[in-house]
Ligand binder design. Sequence first.
Ligand code: SF4
Length: 154
Amino acid sequence: MQSNNSIGLGTDKDTPLYTIGVVAQLLEVSVHTLRLYENEGLVIPFKKDSNHRLYSANDITRLKCIRDSITNKKFSIASIKTLYAMIPCWSIRNCSEGERENCEAYNSTMNPCWTFKHSNNLCALQECRTCDVYKEHNHCDNIKETIKNNTRQA
Ligand code: SF4
């Protein structure tokens, strides 16, 4: 997972504003649950120098989708990670054949690309929290659409 030491200011929706306590209240979950999702790689909150976490509106959208998948669709955390692992990041980011061969994320079916440490490819220089591959999949149920779009372009 890449570091996220700079505030990813893009749109207002990406600005980290909400503390973990506020988000927990909003989603009616415990702080422990939010930390679990983070540890499992489902969400990457912004971390301040003090190590306190802040969440953006987009992070909250992501967490709502995760909660809905778990509570209503009965997905496990492992299932959601597998779904995220299906995002064709190598196609979105135009990785070369050589980069794909040596990329753990490309070869994994169990974990999202942003949970791996990248040292010798394009991702080594990209902060995952601000990467489109991560940001544009707040809705864990839009991944099929991404696959379709990228298959058409192949
Ligand atoms: S594709 Fe983007 S989100 Fe995935 S590991 Fe690379 S930089 Fe991170």
